[in-house]
Design a protein around this ligand. Structure first.
Ligand code: BG6
Length: 313
């Protein structure tokens, strides 16, 4: 059993289970792959093993290429035509059931950070059920995943098009209040972190997670040390400006009053086994979240939706 949330109103317990709701054994990745291949037929979405560990959908349509796996509902790649991957993946990532994937978009659900155990929740280490694959009229592809746990259910929808659109809806399926915190923990690829800035958060208050002090951000964020900033920001549209690759990534969001900006820098990189010592040069996280004071209390039957849209501008 796991502690789902330590919110004031309740403590929720759920089972750690590698089975879906039908009781089918989900640890057999190749069996899942076979069932995906027989259930879904699409010209633009193909199912193959990914890193020889997890089944994944490989999307190739008129706008982009992309990868999303039912393991963690994990988006691993989004490559708009003619561009480098917008998302970053660690070369040292684990690809083992029960461990988080380092890079892409881990779904931190139904709690953020150390609000429960394991940190960042169980969503990123559970198999989600792929519910539908839709070829949209405009040529984009939408995949919808579901995850049910004792107290809550989640629907994760991703559209691969000119932009990458992600929506995560949580329903409290219990008869008690549910305290929900979460993040779409997006890792962006940059040419070199010292050549990248994050704009859109000037004048916003943030918690500096490294020393738990509060500050107000004065302008575009630059990187020269470990950065772990948890912003109070309902309206933020962030722009990652990368002068090395001469590109700008726009990060929009909805249903979120928290934006997290994270780069582990030198010492923390060395401490993470699934992250190369020098890899901090090539990434920055900008995360749409509901964290800390933005955790949401859902009454029985109520839902909350968080979303993010990523595009090149
Ligand atoms: C960020 C947190 O969202 O995720 C950081 O603000 C944390 O404090 C980072 O270190 C990575 O977390 P994890 O669990 O994937 O190592």
């Amino acid at each position: 059993m796991l502690v789902l949330s330590r919110g004031k109103k309740q403590m929720i317990l759920i089972k750690k289970c590698s089975c879906n709701e039908e009781g089918k054994n989900m640890s057999d990745a190749k069996a899942i792959l076979n069932s995906l291949n027989s259930k879904f037929k699409s010209q633009t979405v193909k199912f193959e093993m990914w890193h020889d560990a997890f089944p994944a959908a490989f999307i190739s349509n008129k706008f982009c290429k992309g990868i999303v796996s039912p393991y963690g509902a994990h988006i691993a790649s989004f490559v708009p035509n003619g561009q480098k991957d917008v998302l970053w993946m660690s070369s040292k990532s684990n690809f083992i059931e029960g461990k988080a994937i380092r890079g892409g978009i881990p779904v931190c659900w139904p709690w953020f950070g150390p609000a429960g155990d394991p940190p960042h929740g169980i969503g990123r280490i559970a198999y989600w059920e792929l519910d539908s694959v839709v070829s949209e009229k405009d040529g984009s592809d939408t995949l919808t995943f579901k995850l049910k746990k004792d107290m809550a259910s989640a629907i994760f929808k991703v559209n691969f098009g000119a932009s990458l659109d992600v929506e995560l809806t949580t329903e409290n399926t219990s008869s008690n209040d549910l305290v929900l915190s979460q993040a779409l923990h997006t890792y962006f690829a940059v040419s070199e972190i010292t050549k990248a800035t994050v704009g859109g958060l000037a004048g916003k208050e943030y918690l500096r997670a490294t020393d738990k002090t509060r500050h107000v951000n004065s302008g575009d964020i630059t990187f020269s040390a470990e950065t772990d900033m948890i912003f109070d920001s309902s309206d933020a549209v962030c722009i990652i400006t990368d002068s090395g690759w001469n590109r700008k990534i726009k990060v929009e969001k909805s249903g979120s009053n928290t934006t997290v900006v994270w780069n582990p820098w030198i010492e923390k990189s060395k401490k993470m086994a699934d992250y190369g010592d020098e890899e901090y040069h090539g990434m920055v996280c900008v995360e749409a979240a509901n964290a800390h004071k933005d955790a949401r209390t859902l009454a029985p039957g109520k839902t909350h939706k968080i979303g993010t849209r990523v595009s090149l501008v």
